[in-house]
Write a protein that binds this ligand. Sequence first.
Ligand SMILES: [Zn+2]
Length: 237
Amino acid sequence: MKLSTLLPISLLAITAIIIARNPNEEPILDSHVTTAEEQANLTPDEVLKQFKEGNQRFQSGTETRRNHSEQVRKSAPGQYPKAMVLSCLDSRVPVEDVFDQGIGDVFVGRVAGNFVNEDLLGSMEFACKVAGAKLILVMGHQHCGAIKGAIDDVKLGNITAMLANIKPAVAASQDFQGDKKSSNTEFVKRVAINNVKNTLGQIRERSPILKEMEEKGQIKIVGAFYRLTDGTLEFVQ
Ligand SMILES: [Zn+2]
């Protein structure tokens, strides 16, 4: 092989080795954990904005790359979460990921059908009144099995009593124009959204503490419908 051919190949190889060994090419992992001061200075609107922006990153695949083991160590002495999210049990709704939040950033309550009972209301009051969270976000989702079960009037063990919590949303959706069946994804969506609205109403009705905090502007209470198919959120008031 001629020297004129060999030289560019050698240069390319050397460049490749330099790039591979360049420490700057290593991804920088975020190890920040929300502090008490940061939590205190956030407004409910700012938290909602952060969560919406986090969801945009989740959708576009530009999530924050986190150093979880470092975050575990840094968050151990205390927690100052920004929000409380009430989600369904569904395995396809990874709450922290959906909002691109890290360890210590969010309280998560989960129950099939994202309704509230005394225990969840108590958890929300703890999250906001005691621990300083600024946002309550109730998140229903597309293709929800609990919603379909309530529509189909499933009766099985403790599931029967659990689904009774979702029945008011089915009743509130009877004006739907079209097939009112669990096989109709549009009807299932309507019930899921009415179920989120019902949960928002229950929070305000059954928790004077949270209602007062909302009226004073100390917290915001919002609902959302999460689409499994593309990771987007539709906000519900
Ligand atoms: Zn569900």
